[in-house]
Design a protein around this ligand. Structure first.
Ligand code: HEM
Length: 545
């Protein structure tokens, strides 16, 4: 059967059916004596294509696939692609609905044509994340597309190259380094609230206090990663027209063309899509070249600055340059990775936190009361003394942040491809099998989080003694996978949480807010990260100083 599958592989379909049809067109008219060779070729082509379709849609998933005994929808068109196209519903909800149809199953077989497993029991993730993490890689068609935006940095490197990069980059994200970044993050957060306050008080229009928060999230996250990542003041909070921000905006906007382009690259491969006469090819080329040029120039400038005064630079790029382990081209790739990974995800998260608080006014008020008790007016005006210790100890602030990260993981789906035969718990995994991990699904699983799994309850993250806890009451590490775990977990987790604490505390200490748009329009969309497809409009009310 395996040999049959190889002969009938989808790759052989086009050449094999073409050869068979041509031969049929040449020899059948001689034997059957009537009809043009063109007609015979067409008939044989149709019949052989039909044989392929029946084989791949019916025979392969039931009798040949190594996953034939694993239950699941075994769909012809992936649920992920269908989810990306649905504009009115989060993609993750389609998976939640699907899983309900297979109660008690730890793994679901998702595709008819190839081996694709969805993990529904987080306990199986120990093999994928920790024990056998290097048996898997990011699927090449996904990586090739992402490389355009992220470069060949830490996120997309594999095997020994990844181990080497991770070891050299990890010191830039250690606990102490992040503590030292808090004052800068707090200063930026206070600057943002001051700008928002002056903007809404100066406007005269009727909805003068309505702001689009997603774009503010992007600006502050870029400003923070600018200083922490390369010691550079982007100052995007004051300059929304910055060309770098514009390039990212155009590349990462969850518009229909961007989603369609990414989907085509995932399905057919970047190489093939590039051959098509599609305007998106030129647009993407132009944008990604410009991004590469920006990063190359920033690396050059940084290297020159370090050569002039070597010890004054403590940002991520400087640490990498000083380690002497990376060429300028490698550094450009790492910079691309840190700029994109470091701003897009945090911007999305702060947007979702503010959205959830706009829908849960009681939680917003509770958070504000905690902040009023613990943050002196001086702190809200920018005093940074002990800011890290104060913010890390506030139970409700941390509860709101963690609960929002649970319900709205900005990377809702990721996948791995096995590069050798391996295991996932008791399940044998053949080389080439794709494993889907869906934080949106696991973080909302009722079997893990209880009957109120989809409810916003920051209290989960507060222990009986009133102190913040790190588990949300879940029994295992793997139950919450917003940042993944193990060798390929998010290296920026501590950094992101520090930023989120600062931005959230500064916002909730300065304003109250409510949703200023139709809730039905707030739908999470995007290719890799999710953000509200139509923006997030909030009505802010400044609090008394
Ligand atoms: C709330 C914000 C964030 C979320 C939800 C998030 C989530 C994730 C996830 C899920 C992964 C694993 C992706 C995969 O394996 O498919 C990841 C990896 C990564 N993240 Fe984050 N991230 C966030 C913020 C950041 C920040 C602020 C930075 C940098 C400053 C960062 C840098 C990275 C890098 C470099 C990797 C690759 C790590 C590796 O493969 O060794 N992330 N992130």
């Amino acid at each position: 059967m395996a040999l049959l599958a190889r002969i009938f592989s989808l790759r052989t379909q086009a050449p094999l059916t073409a050869v068979v049809s041509l031969l049929a067109g040449k020899y059948l008219p001689r034997h059957l004596g009537s009809g043009s060779s063109w007609r015979y070729s067409t008939y044989v082509w149709l019949v052989s294509s039909l044989v392929y379709i029946i084989f791949w849609c019916q025979v392969y998933p039931r009798y040949v696939s190594p996953l034939r005994h694993v239950p699941g929808p075994k769909s012809i068109i992936s649920l992920g692609y269908r989810g990306m196209l649905k504009r009115e519903k989060p993609m993750g909800d389609l998976y939640l609905e699907l899983v309900k149809k297979y109660p008690g199953e730890d793994l679901l077989s998702m595709a008819a044509f190839d081996e694709r497993l969805l993990v529904t029991n987080p306990q199986l993730l120990a093999d994928l994340f920790v024990h056998r993490s290097y048996d898997y890689v990011k699927p090449p068609n996904v990586s090739n597309f992402l490389r355009l935006v992220l470069g060949n940095g830490l996120i997309l490197s594999e095997g020994d190259q990844h181990k080497f990069q991770r070891k050299n980059i990890a010191p830039a994200f250690n606990f102490r380094h992040i503590k030292n970044l808090y004052p800068m993050m707090w200063t930026k957060a206070v600057e943002m609230t001051n700008l928002l306050r002056s903007q809404i008080t100066q406007r005269e229009a009727k909805d003068s206090n309505v702001v689009e928060l997603r774009s503010w999230g992007s600006k502050i996250a870029m400003d923070i990663i600018g200083v922490a990542g390369l010691g550079r003041e982007f100052n995007m909070l004051n300059n929304a027209d910055d060309p770098l921000l514009q390039v990212y905006h155009e590349l990462l906007e969850p518009s229909q063309q961007n989603v369609a382009y990414a989907m085509a690259c995932f399905m057919f491969g970047l190489g093939f899509v590039r051959l098509l006469p599609w305007r998106m090819n030129q647009i993407f080329n132009g944008l990604t070249n410009s991004l590469g040029e920006h990063c190359r120039a920033m690396v050059r400038e940084k290297r020159e600055a370090i050569e002039k005064r070597s010890d004054e630079h403590f940002d991520i790029l400087s640490l990498l340059i000083k380690s002497d382990n990376f060429s300028d081209d490698d550094l450009k790739d790492q910079l691309l990775t840190f700029l994109a990974a470091g701003h897009e995800t945090t911007a999305g998260s702060i947007t979702w936190i503010c959205y959830l608080l706009s829908k849960h006014q009681d939680a917003q008020q509770k958070l504000r009361t905690e902040l009023q008790k613990n943050l002196s007016p001086g702190i809200l005006q920018g005093d940074t003394t002990d800011i890290a210790t104060i913010l890390e100890q506030l139970p409700y602030l941390n509860g709101v942040m963690n609960e929002s990260l649970r319900l709205y993981p900005t990377i809702p789906l990721t996948s791995r491809s096995a590069i050798r035969d391996t295991q996932l718990g008791p399940q044998f995994i053949a080389k080439g099998t794709r494993v889907l991990v869906m934080p949106w699904l696991l973080n909302r699983s009722p079997s893990v989080w209880g009957a109120d799994a989809v409810e916003f309850r920051p209290e989960r993250w507060i222990s009986e003694n009133g102190k913040p806890n790190q588990t949300g009451g879940a029994s295992s590490n793997y139950d919450m996978v917003t940042f993944m775990h193990g060798a390929r977990s998010c290296i920026g987790q501590g950094f992101a949480k520090a930023e989120l604490r600062c931005i959230l505390a500064a916002l909730a200490g300065s304003f109250s807010w409510e949703l200023a748009m139709d809730d039905a329009l707030v739908v999470p969309k995007g290719v890799i990260t999710i953000k509200p497809a139509n923006g997030l409009y909030l009505r802010l009310t400044p609090l008394e100083a």
